[in-house]
Design a binder for this molecule. Structure first.
Ligand SMILES: *[C@@H]1O[C@H](CO)[C@@H](O)[C@H](O)[C@H]1NC(C)=O
Ligand SMILES: *[C@@H]1O[C@H](CO)[C@@H](O)[C@H](O)[C@H]1NC(C)=O
Length: 369
């Protein structure tokens, strides 16, 4: 009765509001549809063949439904100054892109495998795990990664169903969607991981009855987005395989610094898991020239140029950005931008580093060690 009376009185205003409401609802729905369609096209799921994305041979099309569920970003790290400054930049860019449209990024954890907390605990969400027993890594620190994942998955409560395995020298340049498709994880194909060219060695860890060596993806554990339940199965095997590979002289010699990547690739194959290979997962300056729609800049290679903007790779350039120039502490704020002619990917990288260091409080704080 009261409602009726009020409604009668307010009806012109009410109708206008109703109409506006309809308009915005329809508008939102339309933009959502357009947005999702664009996303589907970008993801190559619109019937358009896309060489950027390579599906595993055994992919079951039923599982290839885009997974719009959040993933947890897990960053394995140590407490060395070299690892710390990279983690700070990495976390800064995670926060910047996390809530942008198109992102499925959930929570973030730095999985610190030094066995003790450090002075970044308040700045970056961190979970401390144990390093391998002394001597087991034989100086090859990254052997700690699988053990770190085993412990973290076992002990931490992780809300998300999916995990992105990330590394300190990753800079998010575009909001990252969940690239996994249901039970199919997504990984980045590295040109230098070539299981088929190491058949004899691979067979020591991937026996013939398991299948052809081409089952083994040309990937490492990072970047990979994978269902947590799968990673829980793979991680202990990954640890096991990496330790056995390190123990085997011939394998250690052949794989060198990428041994732990091969170990992940073999371990996942042992569990029958193959990855969608996404070339757009990341870019690696100076070899990749443009950021475009790729998601992560991986600054593992030094960028050396002369003042004419020509790459002088392997020879220290008149202008350079190389993470290894800063082994003992952070790079200074406001690094000089490269000379004209240097690719956009390198310019963007330096700008991203500068933006992060300009905005992170106490950037060049004294190391408390
Ligand atoms: C690791 O490998 C050893 C053999 O070297 C085996 O006995 C053990 O069960 C394996 N553990 C896991 C978790 O795969
Ligand atoms: C950064 O360095 C450039 C010279 O390379 C200088 O012109 C600019 O003012 C500096 N910016 C800040 C914020 O210090």
């Amino acid at each position: 009765m009261i409602g009726r009376k009020n409604m009668g009185r307010a009806s012109p205003v009410f109708l206008v509001l109703l109409a506006l409401g309809f308009f915005f609802a329809t508008y939102n729905l339309l933009t959502m549809i357009i947005h999702n369609r664009e996303k589907a096209v970008a993801d190559g799921l619109d019937g358009v063949p896309d060489p950027i994305i390579q599906m595993p041979g055994n992919a079951n099309t039923k599982t290839t439904v885009r997974t719009k569920v959040p993933f947890h970003v897990a960053l394995t790290a140590t407490d060395a100054p070299y690892s710390k400054w990279q983690c700070r930049i990495m976390y800064y860019w995670y926060k910047k892109v996390k809530d942008l449209p198109g992102s499925d990024m959930g929570g973030f954890t730095r999985v610190l495998h030094s066995g003790k907390s450090d002075d970044l605990m308040d700045e970056i969400p961190t979970f401390v795990v144990d390093p391998l027993p002394a001597g087991l890594d034989r100086g090859y620190i990254v052997l700690n990664r699988p053990w770190a994942f085993v412990q973290w998955l076992e002990k931490a409560s992780i809300e998300e169903e999916y995990i992105l395995m990330a590394e300190p020298d990753h800079v998010f340049v575009n909001p990252l969607p969940n690239l996994a498709l249901g039970g199919l994880p997504a990984g980045f194909p590295f040109f230098y991981i070539k299981p088929a060219q190491h058949e004899k060695i691979i067979r020591k860890f991937y026996p013939e009855e398991k299948g052809p060596v081409t089952d083994i993806d040309p990937i490492g554990n990072s970047p990979v987005i994978i269902k947590k339940s799968l990673l829980e199965q793979i991680a202990p095997t990954w640890m096991n395989v990496s330790l056995r590979m390190k123990d085997d002289q011939e394998t250690d010699k052949a794989f060198g610094w990428v041994l732990e990547m091969y170990a992940y690739a073999v371990a996942s194959a042992l569990h029958g898991v193959q990855h969608i290979l996404r070339k757009d997962f990341m870019l690696q300056p100076p070899w990749d020239l443009e950021v475009g729609k790729k998601f992560i800049i991986h600054y593992t290679y030094g960028c050396d140029y002369n003042l004419k903007g020509e790459l002088t790779y392997g020879k220290i350039g008149e202008w350079r950005f190389d993470k290894r120039s800063f082994l003992r502490g952070p790079p200074p704020r406001n690094l000089s931008l490269p000379p004209p002619g240097v690719p956009e990917s390198v310019v963007t990288l330096v700008k991203k580093v500068n933006e992060a260091t300009a905005n992170i409080p106490d950037w060049e704080k004294e190391e408390k060690e």
